[in-house]
Design a protein around this ligand. Structure first.
Ligand code: ATP
Length: 431
């Protein structure tokens, strides 16, 4: 019998075919058994009719438990009421393994229980849909970057110092060389790469030991850092809005089934096209205060501030020109006001908040040296980085996208822990 996948069932219409997968549900009604099967590519129903199937196969259908692995063959028939939905009228059932009683039953489970069983929960429809959107986001991101001249250069994960000089790093002993740290961003290495390639990006896991217990923070997450030579503030924002729009439109195009499973309202996603909104940090502060925040003039936006602000917009909004002192040492200052950094955070709309952080980088050697001092960072740790300003320095800019925040917004998932296969949070290290 012709083996196929559920996603390809339509091409076997009115013919015999076999699918290999898992039974995720079973309903019996007299001489009929309805097996719900998934095979990774999709979901379908197999109808087992006692009057037409052999005694052995009928017995097998009776034995199938939730999550048993099975091979089911039969005629592929279009659902009488739903066009484009195909089911199998089974003539053959082979049990590969009978599953023990499955812990994730149909009843509602709390999120902690589900996260404890994440290795199994991944099979459920909602995580299935989220992981497929995540995969598409990664693919679309690479497509756009490669089509626009960015070369993928992998950044190291083990580093000798922090990129931003914070204390929020995971440290370990490293042979005779003292401490090593898990990288919190590959940005500085991408800056080195652009002097070889003009435009470069990385994509990999990064680690933050900050004790944030919010719905937006993981201790391990995936970040894409992009960096480009000869690019200033305006072009940096343009690159970001084109990239994000491309990713969203690709997901809309390719993941309609997944977004429907997630019950995501796709109207706001359809609107994600350049140009995005832009406001200054100063305007943002004024607005969130009107909305009830008590944040100070020179503070970074807090999580609640971002939520409130981003609910005001139908498409992403850049918040530009933060006070330099709340941002990283490498950010170039605004020529019109040297207290401000030439930077922007991109907030996703509908209350999702920051998904991208970017800036123009300080390219002048002396100025950068001064910044290291101001930020109390040890010059010796940054000699190699300073070299980039000694040998052919050029204006350049870049940004970092947090994959899980982006996926969370696109999928309409409030808590970031569901957007990564196995989440690492301050209180979770397993499975
Ligand atoms: P926040 O202020 O929200 O903690 P950040 O300013 O520290 O974020 P950056 O260092 O600019 O963030 O990192 C770039 C991007 O990485 C952010 O825009 C966000 O999408 C993502 N990101 C940052 N921290 C986390 C985290 N702990 N978990 C998941 N994603 C994160």
């Amino acid at each position: 019998m012709n083996k196929t996948t559920i996603s390809e069932l339509g091409s076997c219409r009115d013919r015999e075919a076999e699918i290999w997968g898992w039974a995720f549900n079973k309903r019996s009604s007299g001489s009929l058994v309805f097996l719900q099967i998934r095979d990774g590519t999709g979901f379908c129903q197999a109808v087992v009719d006692k009057s037409v199937i052999g005694a052995e196969a009928w017995e097998a259908a009776g034995k199938v438990t939730m999550e048993s692995s099975v091979k089911v063959g039969g005629k592929v028939v279009e659902h009488p009421k739903h066009r484009g939905v195909f089911e199998i009228h089974a003539s053959r059932i082979e049990i590969v393994q009978i599953a023990e009683e499955y812990p994730i039953a149909k009843k509602e489970h709390g999120v902690d229980f589900l996260l404890d069983h994440r290795h199994l929960w991944l099979r459920s429809k909602r995580p299935w849909a989220i992981m497929r959107v995540r995969d598409m986001v990664i693919r679309a991101m690479g497509e756009w970057l490669n089509d626009n001249g960015f070369i993928k250069i992998d950044s190291p994960i083990l580093t000798a110092t922090s990129c931003e000089g914070t204390t929020e790093l995971f440290a370990m002993d490293y042979f005779d060389l003292g401490k090593a740290y898990l990288s919190q961003s590959g940005q500085l290495y991408q800056e080195a790469a652009i002097f070889a390639h003009g435009r470069a990006y990385d994509f990999g896991p990064v680690f933050r030991a900050e004790k944030s217990k919010t719905r937006r923070h993981l201790t391990e997450f995936w970040m894409m850092d992009a960096e480009a030579a000869w690019v200033g503030h305006e072009e940096n924002l343009k690159i970001q809005e084109e990239l994000i729009s491309y990713i969203v439109q690709r997901v809309l195009d390719k993941n309609a089934t997944e977004l429907a499973i997630l019950e995501r309202d796709i109207e706001p996603l359809k609107a994600v096209k350049p140009p995005f909104h832009r406001i200054t940090h100063k305007q943002a502060v004024a607005r969130v205060r009107e909305l009830g925040s008590d944040m100070g003039d020179d503070q970074d936006l807090g999580g609640d501030d971002e939520t409130a602000l981003s609910k005001e917009y139908g498409k992403p909004v850049f918040v530009e020109k933060y006070p330099a002192k709340v941002k990283a040492f490498y950010m170039k200052r605004d020529q019109e006001n040297s207290d401000l950094a030439l930077c922007a955070d991109l907030l996703a709309p509908e209350g999702y908040g920051e998904i991208v952080g970017g800036s123009v980088r300080e390219e002048d050697y002396e100025t950068l040296l001064k910044r290291l001092e101001e930020f109390k960072l040890a010059r010796k740790d940054f000699e190699w980085y300073l070299d980039l300003r000694r040998y052919g320095s050029v204006p350049h800019a870049g940004f970092g996208i947090g994959l899980e925040r982006l996926v969370g917004w696109i999928c309409g998932i409030r808590h970031i822990r569901e957007t990564i296969p196995f989440s690492r949070l301050i209180n979770r290290l397993t499975p």
